[in-house]
Design a binder for this molecule. Structure first.
Ligand code: GLU
Length: 451
């Protein structure tokens, strides 16, 4: 018998959502994590239920899906799929990154767009939530091929974006280079300069610190959590996964703040730094990664102070802080158990939904603080919001000014998590972030009437 609303409202709601969105597992997982935490509060508010606010906030406003055709260097024609999931513009223009990766599907972008709505709400800046991207695989593509792909994609995307409509940015596979090509094509086609993309190069109206923001913000957040619990980040062993933008600037800031970074990784294996990664290590790793198809193994093999473990993830290495900065569901049940056995004191997410539902359960049951990405990795989109402000005002703030604002925003997000998540002397950061964000978006949805 299907569960009834009165017996189990969460299961009943989720059964409907799964039926309406078949096969989109990551989307189900992201919604369930929020719905579980907000359901008791939601059920106490008849006006929200009558307005179907939860149902409305779990259905994107629209999804644009299109074909991108481009030519390889040898003149072969290729077509890829692209999407923009405009999830909610309740709090401001749609805002969120573009991801180019072979794993991209409509379902993955729905999960990311959904997360983005709540993440953006926590920043306190006027931004709605969206996500987009393509299953185009940038690995092994030449610079010219990436450029042709970006320009072709923009010939369609330009119809759906604008500084008051939807403002895309980067994500996995989309960095400054891609944003530059996309922006160049937009300005050419529309013959107008506007802050329609963020993550731009500083010569093109980009903000200082935008590249560093997600990684820096994540470490600022970890420092807040540890400080709130009476400790400090200094001397802590921090295991980081990934070697991309988020991971690399998280490592940089962690080292600057006196932590010991014990791992960096990619999908092939992990580099372990038993005595802590140095700034020289980091500079060399960046150099290797900047080369076409540079791998962590190319950096690590034969280098002193580094042990390379092929085919392994960072989570076998004992640490105080686990900072997953690679991708969704990268840390599973087994990994969580290993980390807990190794004395884990905090999980602080740099990527979006890196823990499987089972892993998150283990961490929760062990009462170890778990900072969810929608809070701890919000620094990237927060500085995107600051980039929009600077573009609108036609000025640019200094590095110090942006960094100061970023720190303040991360501190305030931490405060919101504590205010909503403190329970019996401890803070449930996942619950705190979900409740604080959902309340804002739900309230503003309600005030707009039936739209
Ligand atoms: N892709 C980033 C995120 O997951 C940044 C989005 C943005 O700056 O719009 O939050």
């Amino acid at each position: 018998m299907p569960p009834s609303d009165a017996d189990n409202p969460l299961e009943c709601f989720m059964a409907g959502l799964r039926k309406r969105n078949p096969g989109e597992d990551a989307f189900h997982q992201a919604v369930e994590e929020v719905a579980r935490d907000v359901m008791p509060w939601y059920l106490e508010h008849d006006e929200l239920r009558q307005a179907q606010v939860l149902e409305r906030l779990t259905e994107p406003d629209r999804i644009i899906s299109f074909r991108v055709t481009w030519e390889t260097d040898s003149g072969e024609v290729r077509s890829d799929r692209a999407w923009r999931v405009q999830f909610s513009n309740t709090l401001g223009p749609y805002k969120g990154g573009l991801r180019f990766d072979k794993s991209v599907t409509q379902g993955v972008l729905k999960f990311l767009g959904f997360e983005q709505v709540f993440k953006n709400a926590l920043t306190g800046l006027p931004m709605g939530g969206a996500k987009g991207g393509s299953n185009f695989n940038p690995r092994g593509k030449s610079d010219r091929e990436v450029m042709r792909f970006c320009k072709s994609l923009m010939t369609e995307l330009r119809r759906h974006i604008g500084e008051h409509v939807d403002v895309p940015a980067g994500d996995i596979g989309v960095g400054r280079r891609e944003i530059g090509y996309l922006f160049g094509e937009y300005v050419r086609l529309e013959n107008r300069w506007g802050g329609v993309l963020t993550g731009k190069d500083e010569h093109n109206g980009g903000s200082a610190i935008r590249t560093e923001a997600t990684g820096y913000g994540c470490v600022y957040f970890a420092a807040e959590v540890l400080q709130h619990a009476g400790g400090s980040i200094e001397g802590k062993r921090v295991a980081i996964s990934g070697a991309g933008n988020v991971a690399s600037f998280a490592a940089e800031k962690a080292i600057q703040m006196g932590a010991r970074v014990v791992t960096m990784s990619d999908s092939d294996g992990v580099a372990v730094f038993d005595d802590g990664m140095t700034e020289e290590h980091l500079a060399d790793l960046r150099e290797v990664k900047n080369k076409e198809n540079g791998r962590v193994s190319d950096f690590a093999e034969g280098r002193s102070g580094v042990e390379y473990r092929g085919g392994e993830k960072p989570w076998r290495v004992a640490c105080d802080v686990a900072m997953p900065c690679a991708t969704q569901n990268e840390l599973d049940d087994d990994d969580a158990q290993r980390l807990l056995e190794g004395g884990l004191a905090l999980v602080c997410e740099g990527s979006n939904m890196p823990l499987t539902a089972g892993a998150a359960r283990h961490v929760r049951d062990a009462r170890v603080p778990h900072a969810p990405g929608k809070a701890s990795n919000a620094g990237g989109v927060a500085v995107s919001g600051l980039e929009m402000t600077q573009n609108a005002m036609r000025l640019s703030w200094s590095r110090e000014e942006v960094d100061e604002r970023l720190r303040k925003i991360m501190r305030e997000i931490h405060g919101q998590c504590v205010a909503e998540g403190e329970h019996e002397g401890r803070v449930d950061y996942v619950r705190g972030a979900n409740l604080a964000a959902f309340k804002k978006v739900a309230q503003s949805t309600l005030e707009r009437g039936v739209v």
